[in-house]
Write a protein that binds this ligand. Structure first.
Ligand SMILES: [Zn+2]
Length: 228
């Protein structure tokens, strides 16, 4: 279990092991807020770590006045661990049904999102309709938001996992190295996503795909983030 023995950051005790734990959690959460950036995992409290703590407090914990310190039982640490739901202002809606444009490959309690995110997915699926293939939608968020294992993100109703598109049209997983992976169809999907005014970023590891960012583990799905 991840437990801090003392506080980390501005004015904190900053023991080596505590600092290292915080640095590791910050890096896990870099996925959520791009402003956090990558922090060297050294166990030494430095400028980059402090900047990342402040940025995390500002953009994710949403503290009015970030203090740059992570306390063992404080909100910042609980949020870094994913135990604290993210603040959201809008009620989530469920992406329901399958209409020939998309299908769900995870249980229905995992496909809740902000109204604008859900609308964007439906719009993208509609844009792709003439191309004659379905898109597979995976995890979005739980109805109340909060932690969704195994992800660091997917807490705010704005992150959507989407399968790369297969050449054979089957509703099945596919990776970018699979012969059934269709780069061309997936490119159409990426283009449709990027044309959506609500799109923030796409993490995906096909290095020949324009407009996506590589991220560890994203060879078998596109992680799509929309604006809040
Ligand atoms: Zn994801």
């Amino acid at each position: 279990m991840y437990r801090l023995t003392g506080s980390v950051g501005q004015g904190g005790r900053n023991t080596h092991d505590d600092v290292l734990l915080v640095q590791k959690q910050l890096n896990k959460n870099a996925h959520i807020a791009s402003t956090i950036g990558a922090v060297p995992e050294t166990g030494i409290m430095d400028e980059a770590t402090l900047r990342a703590i402040l940025s995390f407090q500002r953009t994710v914990v949403r503290l009015g006045s970030p203090d740059g310190r992570v306390d063992p039982h404080g909100r910042t640490w609980r949020t870094l661990l994913g135990d604290q739901p993210q603040a959201t202002n809008v009620a989530f809606v469920q992406l329901s049904g399958e209409n020939g444009n998309f299908y769900l490959y995870e249980p229905q309690d995992r496909v809740w999102g902000t109204p604008s995110t859900i609308q964007s997915i439906k719009n993208v699926a509609e844009v792709l309709r003439p191309h004659g293939f379905e898109i597979g939608i995976g995890d979005i968020s739980f109805q109340q938001g909060g932690r969704m294992a195994p992800h660091g993100s997917h807490r705010r109703g704005t992150d959507v996992d989407v399968r790369p598109v297969r050449a054979d049209g089957r509703r099945a997983p596919v990776t970018i190295t699979d012969p059934n992976y269709s780069h061309e169809r997936t490119k159409l999907l990426v283009e449709a996503l990027r044309a959506d005014p609500n799109l923030k970023l796409i993490l995906f590891n096909d290095s020949k795909m324009p407009g996506v960012r590589p991220w560890e583990g994203h060879h078998n799905h596109l992680h799509v983030r929309f604006e809040e």
